[in-house]
Design a protein around this ligand. Structure first.
Ligand code: MN
Length: 356
């Protein structure tokens, strides 16, 4: 026989579920996909997205359906998981893989307009990140301004490096040519989300193709890209610019001390003006997207501080309910939990009407 629990006649009702804001949440629209002669979407391009993410085309089918959906499963999942608001971004590799300048710029504008139309159907539930081509960074800055001022977008998400003109001409965002984009971000006071994409250089994964994507390769590629931005002086030149990293900072919080330590041994002249840890606490935010690990969360929080960490899911590559359950039960204070769930995002994206 089960011993009955003691009654609690003085118990108060439980607190309401913690409402959340998520913003590493991805979509696809027909405007971002190649078409057949009859106007239908080219299956090969869908397969390209699967393979580029290191996934089988069979498994990707369920992801593809969810990427294209803005109404059914996406909103039902948000409701089930108390996610009040989601900022949506184009699935990787996106514009960065379009080598032709005209095509890349046209696609970026078409995708941004298509996203704005989807958001208009659910303005209280969705916001948007711009997709940009870096072929002409000044034009990219103008498109960002259009997206923020006219379409109401909340910032930009880059899927890592961009390929311009030819497949092996890679542009990383710390390069001088990208300065107009950082300048626009600073002036518009919106953040840049640096999201992973598969490394162009694949030799180090020889014989281990299973390691190229989210399990390992993304953190190597995106962590390196982010470190280039940190040590490349971007935040010395643009001290008010803001960068967001997913997945508990792509391992940078874990590596920050040693990174700084060896920067100080480095005899090279080109050094950032401040410590890596200073940029992390003043210019960088990180989400817990897709990394439901208590030790990783606590390490990131010790390095970055709870004002710099935010909730996100990485939908549809992760389940929203698992993300929400992780944060609801993580061993952190109630005030830090509220910061991660919605308070920090409300400030960062000026979402005064959400989650209060
Ligand atoms: Mn993602």
């Amino acid at each position: 026989m089960t011993v009955p629990r003691l009654t609690r006649p003085g118990a108060l009702p439980p607190p309401p579920p913690l409402r959340k804001i998520a913003f590493e949440e991805h979509f696809l629209v027909p405007e971002a996909l190649k078409k057949n002669a009859d106007g239908s979407i080219d299956q090969n391009d869908i397969n390209f997205h699967a393979l580029n993410n290191g996934l089988t085309t069979e498994w990707f089918k369920q992801i593809y359906d969810r990427l294209m959906d803005f109404d059914q499963t996406r909103i039902e999942s948000m409701n089930e998981s108390n996610i009040e608001y989601a900022i949506l971004s184009l699935q990787c590799p996106g514009i960065g893989a379009v080598t032709d300048k005209r095509k890349a710029e046209d696609m970026a504008r078409a995708v941004n307009d298509a996203l704005a139309e989807r958001i208009a159907q659910h303005p209280d539930r969705f916001g948007g990140f711009a997709a940009l081509s870096v072929h002409d960074p000044k034009a990219a800055a103008k498109e960002l301004e259009r997206c923020v001022k006219q379409l109401g977008f909340k910032g930009v998400l880059f899927n890592g490096y961009s390929q311009i003109d030819q497949e092996d001409n890679l542009v990383y965002l710390d390069e001088d040519r990208c300065s107009p984009i950082w300048e626009a971000l600073q002036d518009l006071d919106v953040p840049l989300y640096l999201h992973p994409r598969t490394s162009y250089q694949q030799l180090m994964y020889k014989g281990h193709q299973e390691l190229v994507c989210a399990n390992w390769g993304y953190a190597c590629e995106t962590g390196t890209h982010a470190v280039r931005i940190l040590v490349g002086g971007v935040f010395d030149r643009f001290p008010k610019a803001k960068m967001i990293l997913g997945h508990n900072g792509e391992t940078i919080p874990f590596a920050a001390w040693r990174l700084q330590h060896w920067m100080e041994f480095n005899p090279g002249k080109d050094k950032p003006q401040r410590r890596i840890q200073d940029y992390l606490k003043d210019n960088v935010y990180t989400t817990i997207s897709g990394d439901w690990s208590v030790p990783a969360l606590l390490c990131t929080m010790q390095v970055m501080g709870s004002d710099r960490m935010l909730f996100s899911v990485d939908y549809p590559f992760e389940n929203m309910d698992e993300a929400a359950e992780f944060l609801d039960n993580a061993p952190i204070s109630e005030s830090d939990r509220a910061k991660l769930a919605h308070e920090n995002a409300r400030k960062l994206f000026k979402l005064d009407h959400i989650g209060s």
